[in-house]
Design a protein around this ligand. Structure first.
Ligand SMILES: Cc1cc2nc3c(=O)[nH]c(=O)nc-3n(C[C@H](O)[C@H](O)[C@H](O)COP(=O)(O)O)c2cc1C
Length: 269
């Protein structure tokens, strides 16, 4: 099949698919939308999804795999409260989340936006306590190197190391029973930004199935820096890079209040 298959009996020739194609590769012909540059398609499926009469199929985003939108939009008030309720969880119960729970959380993260619909995030889940400790130790070693080299992180990492090494507080991995590493083929702004979007979805979904999360910033910075001992511990496959790390577990405590943030700063020009 060519990129597009148009049911000409159904097609209204309204041109909405042409207007909505993010790659601007569709034109409106006599028999409906046409495409003369298949390779420009980013498989986002918007052309198929937007068609008011279901007249369009796309070989990279098949109609049969698209689900009808049936759920009403939640109210702004409920959504606002829900989004405000999310908190970073740094105190976890000992028991690690199950395969099923982690899969459910990561599955929804697939629906986060990705640059050019690149998707392709690949996750490695680590629940071995000793390995998580070894990872935190490796990150502390990396921080020590950074401090010794006098990088811009020197002051901050010195404080972190004081807690981790001198006081024995796990400020790096928070004694989390589970670390999730996001891997991508590209360690550019795209890979890292895609991961951030994916974490946002995962973090918002997590509490709905009883999980708590926090982005493991020190670990992911060490991974993004390509620190080999960490890559070895995670067993990062060839051609893959660490683009993010998330701590996950069952929250030990429940938040009773929602703190305020800085004032909204916005200019309308
Ligand atoms: C990029 C990024 C890195 C972060 N790294 C860490 C981290 O290493 N350890 C940690 O405890 N929290 C980390 N956090 C969580 C923030 O500290 C937290 O989001 C912030 O204090 C606001 O609190 P809240 O998430 O509970 O609303 C990180 C958050 C982001 C976005």
């Amino acid at each position: 099949m060519d990129l597009l298959k148009v049911d000409t009996a159904k097609c209204l020739r309204c041109g909405i698919c042409v207007e909505c194609c993010p790659s601007c590769i569709l034109t409106l012909g006599e028999n409906g939308p046409e495409c003369d540059f298949d390779r420009g398609c980013m498989s986002c499926g918007q052309c198929v999804a937007i068609c008011p009469v279901g007249a369009l199929d796309n070989k990279y985003a098949p109609l049969e795999k698209q689900r009808p939108v049936t759920m009403p939009m939640p109210t702004p008030e409920a959504t606002y409260e829900f989004l405000r309720m999310r908190r970073s969880i740094r105190n976890f119960k000992e028991q690690a989340p199950t395969d099923e729970e982690i899969t459910r959380m990561l599955d929804v993260a697939r629906y986060a936006p990705t640059a050019g619909n690149t998707q392709g995030m690949y996750y490695v889940v680590i629940r071995d306590k000793e390995k998580i400790k070894a990872i935190a130790d490796a990150v502390a070693d990396w921080m020590e190197d950074e401090v010794a080299a006098g990088t811009e992180n020197k002051r901050y990492f010195t404080t972190v190391l004081r807690a981790y090494r001198d006081r024995g507080q796990d400020i790096i991995a928070r004694n989390a029973p589970c670390l999730i590493f996001a891997l991508a083929r590209r360690l550019n702004i795209t890979g890292v930004s895609n991961c951030e979007q994916s974490w946002a979805y995962a973090e918002l979904f997590a509490p709905t199935i009883g999980l708590g999360t926090t982005i493991a910033g020190f670990i992911q910075s060490c991974g993004i820096a390509g620190y080999q001992p960490l890559l070895d511990l995670v067993e990062v496959p060839p051609k893959h890079k660490i683009v993010g790390t998330l701590m996950v577990g069952y929250p030990k405590y429940k938040f009773k209040r929602m703190p305020e943030r800085q004032h909204l700063k916005v200019d309308f020009r």
